[in-house]
Design a protein around this ligand. Structure first.
Ligand code: XMP
Length: 506
């Protein structure tokens, strides 16, 4: 595997994704918590950073313990740190170096740059630049304004690059990473879904033995894939709980429960609708809604888990970005919304946690799900928030409002599917607004609800763009919704991106 040491750059996760796309396993660790360097680790990548090596207290590490022992690639800050620590000179750039640049000179004799083309476009994003290299460091690529765009240290496989090969704007960035990971580090490109599945199932079997595991399913891809893996390892000793919180999409509970049973999972379906509606009665504040739902879920789940004699483990569908966020250099990022509040481990349950997906990115989870032959209706499904429709009904929640929104949402999602648009959208849904507006139907004046439709494109939900759905399609949806859903007389489309808006309205 490849070890990526993170100095806090916004692009560190992207380096990991690109390496994984080469079918090579890698892990990100903070620069100040380096794991033991075992023989499994074939090379190290030093990430970029928002800091400057010239700043007092900037991130630093003992490079002597790595240099010359295994291949090393410094990216941006990582390369500046190498130059700075061994006697080179790093200074503020005279001109801003953000955006595209071209490698006007590059020496393709070096393994790192093999088969890259002269003039290759690379993405620069740095405020400092390496003015002087230490002794024994050779320049191997330059742009018109950055003399040291890449360097190699003589007699060792240590390289530094000023640009970011991990961003897609670096047109041959993937070649460069392949050169490093495969040619220089000698990693074999055999990390595939099937290998992951075999290794994980084996690991789970050893870890869990004859123990019982309980797990909450949500209908989403992460918990479904995690449950399927655990089920492969321990069969009927996995007990799944799927709660109907009354905030799911129309027919979702019955359909998903049916799919789970078809997949052979031992799943208990719990109708707890009323309990959630009671907990939410009169609650309008978004964070209080999340808390009420989280607490109600824990109560219901605890009740079910207690019925399973001698259960020792709690299965969870945690994925890699959640783990990275909680161990990152910056620490858990500031809470904008209290996500991940559903399915959290209540302390009093005293269960150990098993998280078979905590090394995978979302797209990898989907690939594993497909390799496990989980139905496409689950693997390809849009993300759906744990608190469900509660955070799409602005203001307080009633069973009647849920019913109205379920109907609207159903027409919209079915419409996207029927028009071949569902897979082009990362997430979509409808929002019930807490206002009424005047309309006219036949000869009657109406004064009814407004709904908003939302469809976004995204990679990981961190940023998102609104999707330019065809006007004809939107017109058709508006007609259908107003004609078929009682109590709604106006439909609007949300054209805000994230940031500055968020995907959900609450
Ligand atoms: P925002 O609204 O923060 O949403 O742009 C980003 C992604 O997170 C989902 N989301 C949640 N998921 N519990 C969840 O499990 C929550 O409380 C929650 N709030 C938002 C949202 O649907 C989107 O995919």
């Amino acid at each position: 595997q490849i070890l990526i040491l993170d100095f806090g750059s916004q692009y560190t996760q992207l380096i990991a994704r690109r390496v994984r796309e080469l079918n090579v396993y890698c892990e990100i660790h903070p620069y100040n918590k380096i794991p033991e360097i075992t023989s499994d680790i074939k090379g190290v990548i030093l990430s970029g950073s928002p800091c400057s090596v010239r700043d007092e207290g900037s991130p630093d590490l003992d490079l002597d313990s790595l240099r010359g022992k295994l291949p090393l690639l410094g990216v941006c800050y990582g390369s500046q740190l190498l130059a700075h620590k061994y006697g080179g000179e790093v200074l503020p750039s005279e001109i801003r170096e953000y955006g595209r640049a071209n490698l006007s000179h590059l020496d393709t004799h070096y393994d790192l740059l093999k088969e890259m083309s002269h003039g290759s476009t690379v993405w620069m994003s740095h405020g400092d630049t390496i003015k002087e290299l230490p002794e024994g460091f050779d320049v191997i690529a330059s742009t018109s304004s950055v003399r040291v765009a890449a360097f190699k240290i003589q007699n060792e496989e240590t390289y530094g690059i000023q640009f970011h090969p991990e961003v897609t704007h670096s047109s041959e960035g993937k070649n460069l990473l392949r050169n490093f990971v495969v040619q220089i580090c000698g990693c074999s490109q055999d990390w595939t879904s099937d290998v992951f599945i075999d290794a994980t199932v084996e690991e789970l079997r050893n870890k869990l033995g004859d123990d019982k595991v309980v797990m909450g399913l949500s209908g989403g891809v992460d918990s479904s894939v995690a449950a399927t893996l655990i089920h492969r390892a321990i069969g009927a000793n996995l007990y799944c709980v799927f709660v109907d919180n009354g905030l799911l999409r129309k027919n979702e509970f019955e359909e998903v429960l049916h799919s789970y049973k078809d997949m052979g999972l031992n799943v208990i379906g719990v109708d707890a609708k009323q309990r959630f509606y009671d907990a939410l009665a009169g609650v309008s504040d978004p964070e209080l809604k999340r808390k009420a739902i989280g607490n109600a879920f824990i109560e219901v789940f605890d009740l079910e888990a207690n019925k399973i004699d001698g259960v020792k483990w709690l299965g969870q569908g945690t994925i890699y970005p959640d783990v990275i966020e909680s161990i990152s250099v910056k620490g858990p990022s500031a809470t904008i919304k209290s996500h991940h509040n559903v399915g959290g481990l209540p302390d009093f349950m005293k269960l150990s946690v098993v998280e078979p997906l905590n090394t995978l990115f979302k797209d990898e989870v989907r690939e594993v799900g497909r390799a496990l032959e989980i139905p496409e209706t689950i693997v390809g499904r849009h993300p759906f928030p744990g608190p469900g429709l509660a955070i799409r009904i602005l203001g307080d929640i009633t069973a009647e409002k849920v019913k109205t929104l379920q109907e609207v949402d159903y027409i919209f999602i079915q419409g996207l599917k029927d028009h071949g648009l569902y897979d082009q959208v990362w997430q979509a849904g409808a929002i019930l607004l807490p206002i009424q507006s005047v309309g006219v139907m036949g000869d009657e004046r109406t004064y009814e609800k407004v709904v908003a439709l939302r469809a976004v494109g995204s990679v990981d939900g961190m940023t998102a763009d609104w999707i330019h759905l065809p006007y004809e399609f939107l017109g058709k949806m508006s007609n259908e919704i107003i004609n078929r859903v009682k109590g709604v007389n106006r439909v609007v489309y949300d054209i805000s991106s994230k940031p500055p808006a968020t995907i959900e309205w609450e």
